[in-house]
Design a protein around this ligand. Structure first.
Ligand SMILES: *[C@@H]1O[C@H](CO)[C@@H](O)[C@H](O)[C@H]1NC(C)=O
Ligand SMILES: *[C@@H]1O[C@H](CO)[C@@H](O)[C@H](O)[C@H]1NC(C)=O
Ligand SMILES: *[C@@H]1O[C@H](CO)[C@@H](O)[C@H](O)[C@H]1NC(C)=O
Ligand SMILES: *[C@@H]1O[C@H](CO)[C@@H](O)[C@H](O)[C@H]1NC(C)=O
Ligand SMILES: *[C@@H]1O[C@H](CO)[C@@H](O)[C@H](O)[C@H]1NC(C)=O
Length: 368
Protein backbone atom coordinates (compact mmCIF):
# COMPACT_ATOMS: atom_id res chain seq x y z
CA UNK A 1 0.00 0.00 0.00
CA UNK A 2 2.65 2.49 1.08
CA UNK A 3 4.88 1.21 -1.68
CA UNK A 4 2.17 1.74 -4.25
CA UNK A 5 1.48 5.26 -3.02
CA UNK A 6 5.15 6.06 -3.12
CA UNK A 7 5.32 4.58 -6.59
CA UNK A 8 2.51 6.79 -7.79
CA UNK A 9 4.04 9.88 -6.24
CA UNK A 10 7.38 9.01 -7.76
CA UNK A 11 5.79 8.57 -11.15
CA UNK A 12 4.09 11.92 -10.77
CA UNK A 13 7.36 13.53 -9.79
CA UNK A 14 9.13 11.95 -12.73
CA UNK A 15 6.35 13.09 -15.03
CA UNK A 16 6.65 16.62 -13.67
CA UNK A 17 10.39 16.52 -14.34
CA UNK A 18 9.72 15.37 -17.90
CA UNK A 19 7.23 18.18 -18.34
CA UNK A 20 9.90 20.63 -17.30
CA UNK A 21 12.84 18.99 -19.06
CA UNK A 22 11.39 18.03 -22.42
CA UNK A 23 10.55 21.57 -23.50
CA UNK A 24 13.93 22.60 -22.23
CA UNK A 25 15.59 19.96 -24.40
CA UNK A 26 13.50 20.97 -27.38
CA UNK A 27 14.35 24.61 -26.87
CA UNK A 28 17.99 23.62 -26.85
CA UNK A 29 17.50 21.63 -30.03
CA UNK A 30 15.68 24.50 -31.66
CA UNK A 31 18.54 26.81 -30.91
CA UNK A 32 21.31 24.40 -31.67
CA UNK A 33 24.12 26.90 -31.70
CA UNK A 34 23.51 28.36 -28.33
CA UNK A 35 21.84 25.76 -26.25
CA UNK A 36 20.00 26.79 -23.10
CA UNK A 37 20.66 30.37 -23.91
CA UNK A 38 18.04 31.65 -21.57
CA UNK A 39 18.28 29.48 -18.51
CA UNK A 40 19.54 31.02 -15.37
CA UNK A 41 21.88 29.24 -13.01
CA UNK A 42 19.18 29.18 -10.36
CA UNK A 43 16.86 27.31 -12.64
CA UNK A 44 19.51 24.74 -13.48
CA UNK A 45 20.15 24.10 -9.83
CA UNK A 46 16.47 23.62 -9.11
CA UNK A 47 16.16 21.22 -12.04
CA UNK A 48 19.28 19.33 -11.05
CA UNK A 49 17.91 18.92 -7.55
CA UNK A 50 14.65 17.71 -9.05
CA UNK A 51 16.36 15.11 -11.21
CA UNK A 52 18.67 13.83 -8.54
CA UNK A 53 16.16 13.62 -5.74
CA UNK A 54 13.39 11.89 -7.68
CA UNK A 55 14.58 8.30 -7.22
CA UNK A 56 15.38 8.70 -3.55
CA UNK A 57 12.86 11.00 -1.95
CA UNK A 58 9.67 10.79 -3.92
CA UNK A 59 7.62 13.09 -1.73
CA UNK A 60 10.43 15.64 -1.40
CA UNK A 61 11.00 15.58 -5.14
CA UNK A 62 7.30 15.98 -5.77
CA UNK A 63 7.43 19.13 -3.73
CA UNK A 64 10.62 20.29 -5.43
CA UNK A 65 9.23 19.72 -8.92
CA UNK A 66 6.06 21.62 -8.24
CA UNK A 67 8.16 24.44 -6.85
CA UNK A 68 10.48 24.29 -9.83
CA UNK A 69 7.54 24.51 -12.25
CA UNK A 70 6.46 27.63 -10.43
CA UNK A 71 10.02 28.93 -10.65
CA UNK A 72 10.09 28.30 -14.40
CA UNK A 73 6.80 30.09 -14.81
CA UNK A 74 7.76 33.04 -12.63
CA UNK A 75 11.10 33.27 -14.28
CA UNK A 76 9.55 33.64 -17.72
CA UNK A 77 6.93 36.13 -16.66
CA UNK A 78 9.37 38.30 -14.78
CA UNK A 79 11.98 38.16 -17.54
CA UNK A 80 9.40 39.14 -20.16
CA UNK A 81 8.58 42.11 -17.94
CA UNK A 82 12.25 43.11 -17.73
CA UNK A 83 13.24 42.62 -21.36
CA UNK A 84 12.94 46.35 -22.18
CA UNK A 85 15.30 47.50 -19.41
CA UNK A 86 18.18 48.85 -21.40
CA UNK A 87 20.83 51.35 -20.40
CA UNK A 88 22.75 53.58 -22.80
CA UNK A 89 26.23 54.94 -22.82
CA UNK A 90 26.44 57.84 -25.28
CA UNK A 91 29.87 59.47 -25.55
CA UNK A 92 31.68 61.69 -28.04
CA UNK A 93 34.24 59.86 -30.16
CA UNK A 94 37.18 62.13 -30.84
CA UNK A 95 38.28 60.13 -33.89
CA UNK A 96 35.16 61.23 -35.78
CA UNK A 97 34.41 64.79 -36.99
CA UNK A 98 32.01 66.46 -34.59
CA UNK A 99 29.49 67.57 -37.21
CA UNK A 100 28.64 63.97 -37.98
CA UNK A 101 25.78 61.95 -36.43
CA UNK A 102 28.32 59.23 -35.68
CA UNK A 103 30.31 61.68 -33.55
CA UNK A 104 28.60 60.11 -30.54
CA UNK A 105 29.20 56.45 -29.86
CA UNK A 106 25.99 54.81 -28.75
CA UNK A 107 26.45 51.71 -26.72
CA UNK A 108 23.69 49.84 -25.00
CA UNK A 109 23.15 46.80 -22.88
CA UNK A 110 20.59 45.45 -20.49
CA UNK A 111 20.78 47.22 -17.15
CA UNK A 112 22.66 45.50 -14.40
CA UNK A 113 20.71 44.12 -11.48
CA UNK A 114 20.52 40.68 -9.89
CA UNK A 115 17.05 40.16 -11.35
CA UNK A 116 18.12 41.11 -14.87
CA UNK A 117 21.31 39.08 -14.62
CA UNK A 118 19.21 36.03 -13.79
CA UNK A 119 17.34 36.46 -17.09
CA UNK A 120 20.61 36.21 -18.99
CA UNK A 121 19.53 38.44 -21.87
CA UNK A 122 22.03 38.42 -24.70
CA UNK A 123 22.71 40.27 -27.90
CA UNK A 124 22.25 37.47 -30.38
CA UNK A 125 24.63 37.24 -33.30
CA UNK A 126 23.11 36.91 -36.77
CA UNK A 127 23.62 33.15 -36.76
CA UNK A 128 21.45 32.71 -33.66
CA UNK A 129 18.82 35.07 -35.03
CA UNK A 130 18.78 32.91 -38.19
CA UNK A 131 18.39 29.75 -36.15
CA UNK A 132 15.58 31.26 -34.15
CA UNK A 133 13.69 32.55 -37.19
CA UNK A 134 14.46 29.59 -39.44
CA UNK A 135 11.35 28.67 -41.40
CA UNK A 136 9.29 31.56 -40.03
CA UNK A 137 7.07 34.10 -41.66
CA UNK A 138 7.81 37.49 -40.13
CA UNK A 139 5.60 40.52 -40.75
CA UNK A 140 6.53 44.05 -39.81
CA UNK A 141 3.85 46.66 -40.40
CA UNK A 142 3.65 50.34 -39.63
CA UNK A 143 5.25 53.68 -40.42
CA UNK A 144 8.85 54.71 -40.99
CA UNK A 145 9.85 53.39 -37.59
CA UNK A 146 8.70 49.93 -38.61
CA UNK A 147 10.80 50.32 -41.75
CA UNK A 148 13.86 51.16 -39.66
CA UNK A 149 13.13 48.14 -37.47
CA UNK A 150 12.93 45.92 -40.57
CA UNK A 151 16.25 47.27 -41.76
CA UNK A 152 17.89 46.45 -38.45
CA UNK A 153 16.49 42.93 -38.42
CA UNK A 154 17.70 42.21 -41.96
CA UNK A 155 21.01 43.84 -41.20
CA UNK A 156 21.51 41.47 -38.28
CA UNK A 157 20.75 38.42 -40.40
CA UNK A 158 22.47 39.52 -43.63
CA UNK A 159 25.06 41.79 -42.05
CA UNK A 160 28.00 39.98 -43.54
CA UNK A 161 26.66 40.36 -47.09
CA UNK A 162 27.27 44.01 -47.87
CA UNK A 163 26.03 43.90 -51.49
CA UNK A 164 22.80 42.23 -50.54
CA UNK A 165 22.23 44.70 -47.71
CA UNK A 166 22.74 47.61 -50.09
CA UNK A 167 20.06 46.33 -52.41
CA UNK A 168 17.75 45.60 -49.45
CA UNK A 169 18.21 49.16 -48.25
CA UNK A 170 17.47 50.61 -51.69
CA UNK A 171 14.27 48.56 -52.12
CA UNK A 172 13.06 48.92 -48.55
CA UNK A 173 13.27 52.70 -48.56
CA UNK A 174 11.19 53.29 -51.65
CA UNK A 175 8.78 55.80 -50.23
CA UNK A 176 5.46 54.56 -48.92
CA UNK A 177 5.75 51.11 -50.38
CA UNK A 178 5.50 47.52 -49.17
CA UNK A 179 8.53 45.29 -49.30
CA UNK A 180 9.12 41.57 -49.10
CA UNK A 181 12.06 39.25 -49.17
CA UNK A 182 12.54 35.52 -49.00
CA UNK A 183 15.74 34.41 -47.33
CA UNK A 184 16.07 30.99 -48.97
CA UNK A 185 18.98 29.86 -46.88
CA UNK A 186 16.92 29.93 -43.70
CA UNK A 187 13.48 29.57 -45.27
CA UNK A 188 12.41 32.84 -43.71
CA UNK A 189 9.87 35.09 -45.35
CA UNK A 190 9.70 38.72 -44.32
CA UNK A 191 6.96 41.12 -45.34
CA UNK A 192 7.01 44.78 -44.59
CA UNK A 193 3.63 46.47 -44.95
CA UNK A 194 3.44 50.21 -45.18
CA UNK A 195 0.68 50.93 -42.68
CA UNK A 196 0.92 54.50 -41.44
CA UNK A 197 -2.39 54.44 -39.57
CA UNK A 198 -3.72 52.02 -36.99
CA UNK A 199 -6.72 51.35 -39.23
CA UNK A 200 -4.29 50.01 -41.85
CA UNK A 201 -3.04 47.52 -39.26
CA UNK A 202 -6.61 46.48 -38.46
CA UNK A 203 -7.26 45.91 -42.16
CA UNK A 204 -4.13 43.81 -42.38
CA UNK A 205 -5.43 41.62 -39.55
CA UNK A 206 -8.67 41.15 -41.43
CA UNK A 207 -6.71 40.16 -44.56
CA UNK A 208 -4.88 37.47 -42.61
CA UNK A 209 -8.19 36.18 -41.37
CA UNK A 210 -9.71 36.08 -44.86
CA UNK A 211 -6.68 34.28 -46.25
CA UNK A 212 -6.60 32.01 -43.19
CA UNK A 213 -2.88 32.40 -42.87
CA UNK A 214 -1.06 34.10 -40.05
CA UNK A 215 2.55 35.10 -39.64
CA UNK A 216 4.64 33.44 -36.95
CA UNK A 217 5.97 36.76 -35.75
CA UNK A 218 4.32 40.11 -36.22
CA UNK A 219 5.66 43.50 -35.22
CA UNK A 220 3.41 46.51 -35.67
CA UNK A 221 3.17 50.10 -34.65
CA UNK A 222 1.65 53.35 -35.88
CA UNK A 223 0.86 56.72 -34.36
CA UNK A 224 3.03 59.53 -35.71
CA UNK A 225 1.02 59.97 -38.92
CA UNK A 226 -2.19 60.08 -36.98
CA UNK A 227 -0.68 62.63 -34.63
CA UNK A 228 0.31 64.88 -37.52
CA UNK A 229 -2.65 64.44 -39.84
CA UNK A 230 -5.60 63.67 -37.56
CA UNK A 231 -4.31 65.22 -34.32
CA UNK A 232 -7.01 63.70 -32.13
CA UNK A 233 -6.05 61.41 -29.25
CA UNK A 234 -9.56 60.08 -28.67
CA UNK A 235 -9.76 59.06 -32.32
CA UNK A 236 -6.41 57.29 -31.90
CA UNK A 237 -7.74 55.57 -28.78
CA UNK A 238 -10.77 54.40 -30.75
CA UNK A 239 -8.60 53.06 -33.58
CA UNK A 240 -6.41 51.18 -31.10
CA UNK A 241 -9.45 49.58 -29.48
CA UNK A 242 -10.63 48.42 -32.89
CA UNK A 243 -7.21 46.96 -33.55
CA UNK A 244 -7.23 45.20 -30.20
CA UNK A 245 -10.57 43.60 -30.80
CA UNK A 246 -9.61 42.54 -34.32
CA UNK A 247 -6.40 40.96 -33.04
CA UNK A 248 -8.15 39.19 -30.19
CA UNK A 249 -11.07 37.94 -32.25
CA UNK A 250 -9.33 37.16 -35.51
CA UNK A 251 -6.34 35.22 -34.37
CA UNK A 252 -6.42 31.66 -33.16
CA UNK A 253 -5.54 32.45 -29.61
CA UNK A 254 -7.80 30.44 -27.41
CA UNK A 255 -6.23 27.45 -25.68
CA UNK A 256 -9.28 25.31 -26.59
CA UNK A 257 -8.48 25.79 -30.25
CA UNK A 258 -4.92 24.66 -29.92
CA UNK A 259 -5.98 21.61 -27.94
CA UNK A 260 -8.64 20.53 -30.41
CA UNK A 261 -6.59 21.09 -33.50
CA UNK A 262 -7.23 23.44 -36.39
CA UNK A 263 -10.79 24.38 -37.18
CA UNK A 264 -10.17 24.77 -40.87
CA UNK A 265 -7.48 22.99 -42.80
CA UNK A 266 -4.91 25.67 -43.41
CA UNK A 267 -5.17 27.69 -40.20
CA UNK A 268 -2.02 27.41 -38.24
CA UNK A 269 -3.03 26.66 -34.68
CA UNK A 270 0.14 28.16 -33.34
CA UNK A 271 -0.54 31.63 -31.98
CA UNK A 272 1.65 34.21 -33.62
CA UNK A 273 4.07 36.18 -31.49
CA UNK A 274 2.83 39.75 -31.53
CA UNK A 275 4.76 42.90 -30.76
CA UNK A 276 3.91 46.59 -30.62
CA UNK A 277 6.54 49.06 -31.70
CA UNK A 278 5.97 51.99 -29.34
CA UNK A 279 6.08 55.68 -30.17
CA UNK A 280 9.49 57.37 -30.01
CA UNK A 281 9.98 60.42 -27.82
CA UNK A 282 9.57 63.54 -29.92
CA UNK A 283 12.03 66.35 -29.38
CA UNK A 284 9.81 69.22 -30.37
CA UNK A 285 12.52 71.80 -31.03
CA UNK A 286 14.28 69.42 -33.44
CA UNK A 287 11.25 68.55 -35.58
CA UNK A 288 11.90 69.61 -39.15
CA UNK A 289 8.74 71.50 -40.12
CA UNK A 290 6.69 74.23 -38.50
CA UNK A 291 3.56 72.10 -38.86
CA UNK A 292 5.16 69.25 -36.94
CA UNK A 293 6.44 71.52 -34.19
CA UNK A 294 3.00 73.03 -33.80
CA UNK A 295 0.84 69.90 -33.95
CA UNK A 296 3.08 67.27 -32.41
CA UNK A 297 3.31 68.92 -29.02
CA UNK A 298 4.48 67.21 -25.86
CA UNK A 299 0.93 67.40 -24.51
CA UNK A 300 -0.44 65.60 -27.58
CA UNK A 301 2.33 63.00 -27.36
CA UNK A 302 1.30 62.23 -23.78
CA UNK A 303 -2.35 62.05 -24.75
CA UNK A 304 -1.44 59.49 -27.47
CA UNK A 305 0.61 57.54 -24.96
CA UNK A 306 -2.34 57.48 -22.55
CA UNK A 307 -4.59 56.31 -25.37
CA UNK A 308 -2.29 53.34 -25.89
CA UNK A 309 -2.54 52.46 -22.20
CA UNK A 310 -6.31 52.92 -22.13
CA UNK A 311 -6.85 50.79 -25.23
CA UNK A 312 -5.53 47.70 -23.38
CA UNK A 313 -3.72 46.62 -26.51
CA UNK A 314 -0.52 45.75 -24.66
CA UNK A 315 0.30 42.72 -22.58
CA UNK A 316 1.00 44.88 -19.52
CA UNK A 317 -2.62 46.07 -19.60
CA UNK A 318 -4.02 42.60 -20.29
CA UNK A 319 -3.87 42.78 -24.10
CA UNK A 320 -2.29 40.57 -26.76
CA UNK A 321 0.80 42.57 -27.84
CA UNK A 322 4.17 42.75 -26.17
CA UNK A 323 5.63 46.26 -26.15
CA UNK A 324 8.99 46.98 -27.73
CA UNK A 325 9.55 50.06 -25.66
CA UNK A 326 10.83 52.59 -28.16
CA UNK A 327 9.78 55.37 -25.79
CA UNK A 328 12.22 54.31 -23.12
CA UNK A 329 14.96 53.47 -25.63
CA UNK A 330 14.73 56.88 -27.29
CA UNK A 331 14.34 58.76 -24.00
CA UNK A 332 17.42 57.11 -22.54
CA UNK A 333 19.52 57.43 -25.69
CA UNK A 334 18.53 61.09 -25.89
CA UNK A 335 18.90 63.97 -28.36
CA UNK A 336 22.33 62.75 -29.52
CA UNK A 337 20.54 59.78 -31.09
CA UNK A 338 18.30 61.66 -33.53
CA UNK A 339 18.79 64.21 -36.25
CA UNK A 340 15.17 65.31 -36.64
CA UNK A 341 13.67 64.70 -33.19
CA UNK A 342 11.56 61.84 -34.54
CA UNK A 343 13.62 59.29 -36.47
CA UNK A 344 16.36 57.79 -34.39
CA UNK A 345 19.74 56.28 -34.92
CA UNK A 346 20.13 52.68 -36.05
CA UNK A 347 21.29 51.73 -32.56
CA UNK A 348 17.72 52.23 -31.24
CA UNK A 349 16.20 49.77 -33.70
CA UNK A 350 19.09 47.37 -33.28
CA UNK A 351 18.26 47.29 -29.56
CA UNK A 352 14.54 46.86 -30.34
CA UNK A 353 15.34 43.87 -32.57
CA UNK A 354 17.37 42.28 -29.79
CA UNK A 355 14.55 42.87 -27.30
CA UNK A 356 12.18 41.09 -29.68
CA UNK A 357 14.57 38.17 -30.20
CA UNK A 358 15.10 37.73 -26.46
CA UNK A 359 11.36 37.81 -25.88
CA UNK A 360 10.91 35.23 -28.65
CA UNK A 361 13.44 32.99 -26.99
CA UNK A 362 11.51 33.08 -23.76
CA UNK A 363 8.17 32.69 -25.50
CA UNK A 364 9.01 30.00 -28.03
CA UNK A 365 10.11 27.92 -25.12
CA UNK A 366 6.94 28.70 -23.22
CA UNK A 367 4.78 27.65 -26.14
CA UNK A 368 6.39 24.27 -26.82
C1 LIG B 1 35.41 55.75 -32.47
O1 LIG B 1 35.07 55.50 -33.83
C2 LIG B 1 35.95 54.61 -34.49
C3 LIG B 1 35.58 54.60 -35.97
O2 LIG B 1 34.22 54.29 -36.14
C4 LIG B 1 35.83 53.24 -33.83
O3 LIG B 1 36.66 52.32 -34.48
C5 LIG B 1 36.19 53.36 -32.36
O4 LIG B 1 35.97 52.12 -31.71
C6 LIG B 1 35.38 54.45 -31.68
N1 LIG B 1 35.94 54.69 -30.35
C7 LIG B 1 35.30 54.42 -29.23
C8 LIG B 1 35.98 54.80 -27.93
O5 LIG B 1 34.22 53.89 -29.23
C1 LIG C 1 33.01 70.88 -32.73
O1 LIG C 1 34.24 71.42 -33.15
C2 LIG C 1 34.29 72.86 -33.17
C3 LIG C 1 35.61 73.30 -33.77
O2 LIG C 1 36.62 72.37 -33.53
C4 LIG C 1 34.11 73.36 -31.73
O3 LIG C 1 34.13 74.78 -31.71
C5 LIG C 1 32.78 72.86 -31.19
O4 LIG C 1 32.63 73.22 -29.83
C6 LIG C 1 32.68 71.33 -31.30
N1 LIG C 1 31.36 70.90 -30.95
C7 LIG C 1 31.11 69.90 -30.09
C8 LIG C 1 29.68 69.56 -29.86
O5 LIG C 1 32.00 69.26 -29.55
C1 LIG D 1 16.90 25.78 -41.31
O1 LIG D 1 16.07 24.64 -41.25
C2 LIG D 1 16.31 23.72 -42.30
C3 LIG D 1 15.32 22.60 -42.14
O2 LIG D 1 14.05 23.13 -41.98
C4 LIG D 1 17.72 23.20 -42.22
O3 LIG D 1 17.96 22.33 -43.32
C5 LIG D 1 18.68 24.37 -42.29
O4 LIG D 1 20.00 23.93 -42.11
C6 LIG D 1 18.34 25.38 -41.21
N1 LIG D 1 19.20 26.53 -41.36
C7 LIG D 1 19.79 27.12 -40.34
C8 LIG D 1 20.62 28.31 -40.67
O5 LIG D 1 19.66 26.74 -39.20
C1 LIG E 1 -4.44 53.46 -44.64
O1 LIG E 1 -5.67 53.95 -44.20
C2 LIG E 1 -5.99 55.21 -44.74
C3 LIG E 1 -7.22 55.70 -44.03
O2 LIG E 1 -8.25 54.75 -44.13
C4 LIG E 1 -6.17 55.09 -46.24
O3 LIG E 1 -6.50 56.33 -46.82
C5 LIG E 1 -4.88 54.58 -46.84
O4 LIG E 1 -5.03 54.32 -48.22
C6 LIG E 1 -4.43 53.29 -46.15
N1 LIG E 1 -3.08 52.99 -46.58
C7 LIG E 1 -2.70 51.77 -46.88
C8 LIG E 1 -1.29 51.60 -47.30
O5 LIG E 1 -3.44 50.82 -46.79
C1 LIG F 1 -11.93 63.30 -32.21
O1 LIG F 1 -12.31 61.97 -32.52
C2 LIG F 1 -13.50 61.56 -31.89
C3 LIG F 1 -13.69 60.08 -32.15
O2 LIG F 1 -13.47 59.74 -33.49
C4 LIG F 1 -14.65 62.43 -32.42
O3 LIG F 1 -15.87 62.03 -31.81
C5 LIG F 1 -14.35 63.87 -32.12
O4 LIG F 1 -15.35 64.70 -32.69
C6 LIG F 1 -12.99 64.27 -32.66
N1 LIG F 1 -12.65 65.60 -32.17
C7 LIG F 1 -12.32 66.58 -32.98
C8 LIG F 1 -11.95 67.88 -32.33
O5 LIG F 1 -12.28 66.43 -34.20
Amino acid sequence: MTMMMLGAVQLGAAAACVVVLVPMGMAGWHLSRNKMLFFSGALFITLAVCVHLTPYFPSVSDFVTSVSSVVVFDHRISCINLVNEIAWDVKPNSSIPNDSLEFYDKRWDWSKSPKLDACDFQKLPGSDASDLLNGSWVVVAGDSQARLFTLSLLNLILGSEADRMNSVRADLFKRHSDYNILLDEIGMKLDFFWAPYVVNLTNLMIDFKVKKSYPDVMVMGAGLWHMLHVTNASDYDFALRMLRSSVVSLLPFSPELSLNGPVTGSVSIKSPHLFWLGLPMLINGMLNTEEKREKMSDALWHAYDRALGDSKLLRQTGGPLLLLDIQSLTWNCGPRCTSDGMHYDGAIYEAAVQIMLNALLIESHQQL
